[in-house]
Design a protein around this ligand. Sequence first.
Ligand code: M6R
Length: 370
Amino acid sequence: EKGGWDSFMDKEIHEDPAAVRNTLLGRFSAQGDIVLDEVRIEPEVFRAVDKIIVVACGTASYAGMVAKYAIEHWVRIPVEVELAHEFRYRDPILTPRTLVVAISQSGETMDTLMALRHAREQGSHVLAICNTQGSSIPRESDAVLYTHAGPEVAVASTKAFVSQIVAAYLLGLYLAQVKSTLYADEIHEVVEQLKAMPDKIQWVLDNVSSTVEAAAKRLVNSRSFLFLGRHVGYPVAMEGALKLKEVAYTFTEGFAAGELKHGPIALVEEGEPVVVIVPSARGRDVLHNKVVSGIEEVKARGAFTVAVAEEGDPDAERYADVVFWRPQCPTLLSPLVDVVSLQLLALDMARLKGYDVDKPRNLAKSVTVE
Ligand code: M6R
């Protein structure tokens, strides 16, 4: 079943490119317009949507956080991302014009199911982004957009995450199309960029794996790790931190790079590994420079720095002890490649420690209790 891989997690990370490719498949017209026939919500309902609330847990919630940056940018409506278990207990503001998007790999997460039930009771429309056909969450939603990542067996979610981002992006582009907040040409351009992503992910698998493995060997005995990022790099940092916790049992914290001086920098001491997601130096100079200065600050305090940065970024090379390169890609799509190195890092660390990477202690693949 593992098809030659020694764990499902390893196999499933290597299926990241296919998960993205298959989730894109059949969702465009010949002209490049987004076609979501399977989504049974009328275009008029979508046109009227004035707020999106993503409800999800764990990794799926980080996919939602990534999507927030893209959807707000493309559709110009507010997107909130809420942990499903927090959602219904705070009496959220829900109207028929609110679209609640429930993201779940398994489709059986009880917290997410309860959140969507609450949203429907309040008269909002619920769209599920789900990887498991016929599971409870899509069955109880008004509409479903399936991710086509294929069955995910390892407890740590990997290929489902990249496919959730792609599905949420398709939803965002579809909304931009029906609400005319982007020109058709702009949508087509993003579609082309999305179609190029599987090869870029493959590039990371082919070219970065050995650097990651060497870093894992160097850092395997570290007791804690910090992960930081900004903009879409922030949820990627959160996801990298979660992966390492789950399978390598390493104490990690992921946070927004801008928070460093508001507290977490106090944790940095000699040899502390700090993983930094560095935005491209092209276009978004301000953020790039700010994140690079974050690397300098932790380095000055003795941190061992690992940068995830765009190929050829001279600052990453100058300030980081190790660099996991990403091929050039638009900022909004960079999480699809950046997370891959972090998935590999968690896998390698767990393997070096001799842990069962597919079935980490205390965890279940789907959490069917509240
Ligand atoms: O099946 P779901 O996507 O609803 O699961 C949500 C979380 O339980 C899940 O992502 C969990 O955080 C994973 N173990 C992460 O690797």
